[in-house]
Design a protein around this ligand. Sequence first.
Ligand code: HEM
Length: 131
Amino acid sequence: MSNFVLNAHSGLRYLILLGGVLTVLYATYGVASGRAYDKTIRILASAFAGTIHLQILLGLALLLSGAGFQPVLIGHISMMVFAAAAAQIPVSVMRRRPEEAKSILPHGIGALVALALIAGGILAIRPSIFG
Ligand code: HEM
């Protein structure tokens, strides 16, 4: 069980990193070309934030299934929780704004900050982001 959850937790990182990179790239393109706020950025940013939240649940399941808590995990976990917040805040804020006040840039900034925190969170427990 613990091994299955560890493999899922380990593999989901690639989907999360892909979601983050696509969100940053699309936001950069959108801002640079002056595009209006659209469904694509909303879906990309929501999917990125959603997969981070799923990963947090898997991380908790990993701990509960006996992965063993080591103090080094404090850095891993706290950076990932901040990453989830950085990715989620622009999604929640934009959802509440009227259409004409929505903006692409906060999604790009939020995703970039989240990616940096995720990289830091992985490097807190492993020698490389992909290792
Ligand atoms: C974006 C969020 C997260 C990402 C991308 C992430 C990524 C990773 C990666 C890549 C590993 C190494 C897996 C391997 O050895 O192949 C790992 C291990 C682990 N993570 Fe996460 N993690 C996240 C959030 C969390 C959270 C929120 C928790 C706990 C609440 C957690 C708990 C753990 C545990 C217990 C391990 C195993 C450590 C060990 O065996 O040394 N993770 N995580």
